[in-house]
Design a protein around this ligand. Structure first.
Ligand code: PBG
Length: 331
């Protein structure tokens, strides 16, 4: 270990290296760069729509045209990637909108590709935004049917791939879905398309505001039969191992700040690219305190992102991406 030999006071005076900005920067261990950030966007049908999300100040549902404009701005300030969530025109029990090759995400992909050709387009693969019951899979006898859901998720990922997605990101937490996606993509000529798996995804209270933004709150029950119990760290490592085994290229831990221990354990154990998702509730919490004048937004955001990087994340998905990239000198 690196800390094996340290000298003692007064030979060692840690304050010596804290005496100026330049000196502190010189010995800084962790940096956050715009090129590590992913901005989530919520895309809705229609045009000219920019509908603010009440519980997420600064975040709005955007129609395809507005999303494309926003993506051009994101690319301009140096954000390299967006994570797209689609809200369909209508929902049903099977989540048909998710697999529609002309659905909201395929249309968004085409428009954004034209507006911001170099931007990486990541799509969230899940059914909860598309089902009328709001669950992440097909419901049978009051339970989410794992194996019946897999072909639908694969079909959804294929629709995204065909419309030009650069990365697909399954967030449903069905067992075996990474393998199902990988096989379907390979068979259809998309062997090169990476999968970013929401691998360790907890049943978290911090997703509350997202469910307003994506209109995806479960209409009965909750997600605890498929998302993980926040008490379980070893199980998170098994989930990650399973997803890697099935072909995940990037593994995600979600939420971020409540799971920094797991970001570190996943990075150390597997050495794969790790993404951490600073979720809607983490964003809302900061915004609410800032609005009351209780916290300094710039400093708090910088500190949270630095902490997530220090824990071992390579990629951070955050609703602050654009603001941070702007502040980092992107213009
Ligand atoms: C879809 C999905 C959710 C989030 C990302 N993908 C909601 C959920 O699982 O309930 C949450 C993101 C956030 O809170 O910012 N399954």
């Amino acid at each position: 270990m690196r800390e094996a030999r340290v000298s003692r006071f007064p030979a060692y005076r840690p304050r010596r290296l804290r005496r100026s900005d330049a000196l502190r920067r010189l010995v800084r261990e962790t940096r956050v760069a715009a090129e590590q950030l992913v901005q989530p966007l919520f895309v809705v049908p229609g045009s000219g729509i920019e509908r603010p999300v009440g519980s997420m100040p600064g975040v709005a549902q955007l129609s395809v045209d507005r999303a494309a404009e926003e993506c051009r701005r994101l690319a301009d300030v140096g954000v390299p990637a967006v994570l797209l969530f689609g809200l369909p025109a209508s929902k049903d029990a099977r989540g048909s909108g998710a697999t529609d090759p002309h659905g909201i995400i395929p249309r968004a992909l085409e428009a954004i590709r034209r507006a911001a050709p170099g931007l990486l387009l990541v799509t969230d693969v899940c059914l909860c935004e598309y089902t009328d019951h709001g669950h992440c899979g097909i419901v049978r006898d009051g339970d989410v049917d794992n194996d019946a859901t897999l072909p639908l998720l694969a079909e959804e990922a294929l629709a995204h791939a065909r419309a030009g997605a650069d990365i697909v990101a399954p967030s449903d937490m069905m067992d075996g879905r990474v393998g199902a996606l990988r096989r379907a993509l390979d068979a259809a000529g998309f062997a090169h398309l990476p999968i970013m798996a929401y691998a360790a995804k907890f049943a978290s209270a911090f997703y509350g505001p997202f469910r307003d933004a994506a209109d995806s709150a479960p209409q009965f029950g909750d997600r605890r039969s498929y998302q993980m119990d926040p008490a379980n760290g070893d199980e998170a490592l098994r989930e990650v191992a399973l997803d890697i085994d099935e072909g995940a290229d990037i593994v995600m831990v979600k939420p971020a700040l409540p799971c920094l221990d797991l970001v570190r354990r996943v990075k150390d154990r597997f050495g794969y690219p790790v993404a951490a998702y600073q979720v809607s509730g983490e964003y809302a919490m900061v915004k609410a305190a800032v609005a009351r004048g209780w916290l300094d937004e710039g400093r708090v955001v910088a500190e949270t992102l630095t902490a997530i990087r220090r824990a071992g994340a390579d990629i951070i998905i955050t609703y602050f991406a654009k603001d941070v990239a702007r502040g980092l000198g992107g213009g």
